[in-house]
Design a protein around this ligand. Structure first.
Ligand SMILES: *[C@@H]1O[C@H](CO)[C@@H](O)[C@H](O)[C@H]1NC(C)=O
Ligand SMILES: *[C@@H]1O[C@H](CO)[C@@H](O)[C@H](O)[C@H]1NC(C)=O
Ligand SMILES: *[C@@H]1O[C@H](CO)[C@@H](O)[C@H](O)[C@H]1NC(C)=O
Ligand SMILES: *[C@@H]1O[C@H](CO)[C@@H](O)[C@H](O)[C@H]1NC(C)=O
Length: 400
């Protein structure tokens, strides 16, 4: 209903960034996303019983005719019918189309749906699917890490500075990936209240990171500053004994993304140093191909995503073939750069929040929510209410 699919897609984009690692370093996704300490993120939902879990016998692939595609699997879905007005009342169904991981985990970031369901008498279904000085410090630091790693005894020094659990052979690459992950995901979840989506974080975690970097007691010790920043993302709970850059645990079940990113979701991402704090990176399709062959034994279908969804002139495509979508983007979310930021038609609406982060609008509301966030949610409710009353109007007045 609310462009959930696209919100999911943006998360997909974000996760793909973890792939811009040199091929010689082992696959760091999703380990780099996950903190060493294993916190049970699901406990809240399990205790509160927000939904019932069910399974549906689903066709493996609806889009080809090979006999293998007729196989079925048990697709998990979560359902809450407490507020539903029922089919005879034509009450709406809000469906969350799922992301690249455990649906229970993602559902924790969609509390807004539970909050608006009573108002709309909706059935809820969640499907599983497969400028500050601190930036300058980050921007000089990549070279410093590389230089240090290349010096005799440098690897030991880096291990000590970042409290790593062991020596790593490609330490500069590992650290680059590990630190980038912390910066990217903290920006993405720069929420105005304390949160626990990817990792437990304080309110406005980017501010906290910058505070750690600008901490005067670290003087001009760049590594101490970066360690302080990484500590916000990887050790906010204070329980990490050391940092394991090799950790390949996957508590949110996100590993399916690696397969998608190697088959039909080829998303080229590159970057330059002029406009970002990150090291320059160039996209090479051949690098992706050899990575995918190594890890999964498959070669990607490079152009499938645009063949299936269109993509050249996405505005034109949406205007002609879409309706009733809200694209919410928070500009603090690095992935908003790939988002729909302009209104496209009367019912395809872009809501852009300068201070917002990755689908912050979908999260449970809290007492500390800032005014702009309350306004965004109000606006979304009004837009959805408009769609629904238009639908009822058509139902009553159109004969077929
Ligand atoms: C639906 O969610 C509400 C909380 O919004 C909860 O109180 C209720 O028990 C849930 N219903 C089911 C069937 O899980
Ligand atoms: C770093 O600080 C030390 C003393 O605290 C000083 O001697 C050195 O010149 C400083 N280096 C830079 C690059 O500012
Ligand atoms: C994690 O935080 C705690 C508390 O601040 C600290 O004692 C510990 O050394 C930190 N762990 C790492 C690996 O830095
Ligand atoms: C899109 O239109 C809505 C009104 O329907 C407006 O509130 C919103 O600011 C517009 N979005 C942009 C990005 O201009």
């Amino acid at each position: 209903m609310i462009g959930f699919k696209f919100l999911s897609l943006f998360l997909l984009c974000l996760l793909s960034s973890a792939f811009s690692i040199p091929i010689k370093a082992p696959n760091k996704f999703p380990s780099s996303l996950i903190s060493p300490e294993k916190i049970s993120l699901l406990s809240t939902t399990q205790n509160n019983k927000l939904y019932r879990t069910s399974y549906f016998t689903q066709t493996l692939d609806h889009f080809n005719f090979y006999p293998k595609s007729y196989q079925t699997f048990q697709q998990r879905y979560l359902i809450n019918d407490t507020f539903w007005g029922g089919a005879t009342a034509n009450a709406p169904i809000f469906v969350y189309t799922g992301n690249e991981g455990d649906i229970e985990w993602f559902t924790q970031n969609t509390g807004f749906m539970f909050e608006i369901a009573p108002h709309f008498k909706a059935l809820l279904v969640f499907l599983e699917s497969e400028s500050e000085s601190c930036y300058k410090v980050i921007k000089g630091s990549w070279k410093q890490i590389k230089d240090t790693a290349n010096k005799p005894g440098g690897a030991k020094l880096l291990r000590k500075a970042f409290k790593l659990c062991e020596d790593y052979e490609y330490i500069a690459d590992y650290l680059e990936n590990w630190l980038s992950t912390a910066y990217i995901y903290t920006s993405m979840t720069d929420y105005p209240t304390p949160s626990n989506f990817l990792n437990p974080l304080p309110a406005y975690p980017i501010k906290q990171m910058c505070k750690a970097i600008d901490n005067p007691t670290t003087g001009n010790d760049t590594f101490a500053k970066l360690y302080g920043a990484a500590n916000i993302y990887y050790n906010y709970t204070g329980t990490a004994k050391c940092f394991d850059l090799d950790d390949d645990s996957d508590p949110h079940g996100l590993s399916g993304w690696g397969w998608q990113a190697c088959t039909e979701m080829i998303l080229p991402t590159s970057g330059n140093t002029k406009e970002s704090i990150f090291p320059a990176s160039e996209w090479h399709y051949s690098g992706r191909v050899s990575y995918c062959k190594n890890v999964y034994g498959v070669e990607p279908r490079r152009n499938w995503i645009t063949t299936e969804f269109g993509g050249f002139g996405i505005e034109r495509v949406l205007k002609r073939f879409g309706s009733n979508i809200i694209f919410f983007n928070g500009l603090r979310d690095p992935w908003s750069g790939g988002g729909v930021l302009k209104n496209i038609s009367r019912s395809i609406v872009a809501i852009v929040a300068k201070e917002g982060a990755h689908h912050v609008d979908l999260r449970f509301s809290t007492k500390e929510d800032p005014e702009w966030l309350k306004e965004v949610r109000k606006q979304e409710i009004n837009i959805i209410a408009g769609w629904i009353s238009q639908y009822y109007h058509d139902l009553a007045h159109l004969t077929s």
